[in-house]
Design a protein around this ligand. Sequence first.
Ligand code: DQA
Length: 144
Amino acid sequence: KPIYVLSGPNLNLLGTREPEIYGHQTLDDVRALCEARAKARGYGVVFRQSNHEGQLVDWIQEARTDAAALVLNPAAYGHTSIAILDALKMLSIPVIECHLSNPAAREAFRRETYVSLAATGVVSGFGAASYELAVEAAAGLLAR
Ligand code: DQA
């Protein structure tokens, strides 16, 4: 089964969106990094982005049966979405939360993250490399 890599709202504009915070790499660049890292560990990647909470919930439900592990950058929904938290609680696969920035070092409202309650682990603050490290962490957990 593949590693699912899901990204939440506004990450479709990665590269142009506040590049001083999120960097100049696009989401397609991030996809290529994830695919290369997963391939090196013997995994395929299902890489998707949505601006819509319900779509993310649907994909997380799909990951219950179709994914080996889930890497999720919930973006702002991590701070607000109990629906995404509840969907994650139904998974029995590794869940790696990832963020390009380090939300703990930013505004106070970014310190509250519901998604972390259901995450196996969190990778934050390394820009596009956060996704790569999250894929690596997922593969590492699966190899145990
Ligand atoms: C983010 C951090 C969130 O606080 C923010 O709402 C995002 C992106 C990140 O990748 O650093 O949209 O998840």
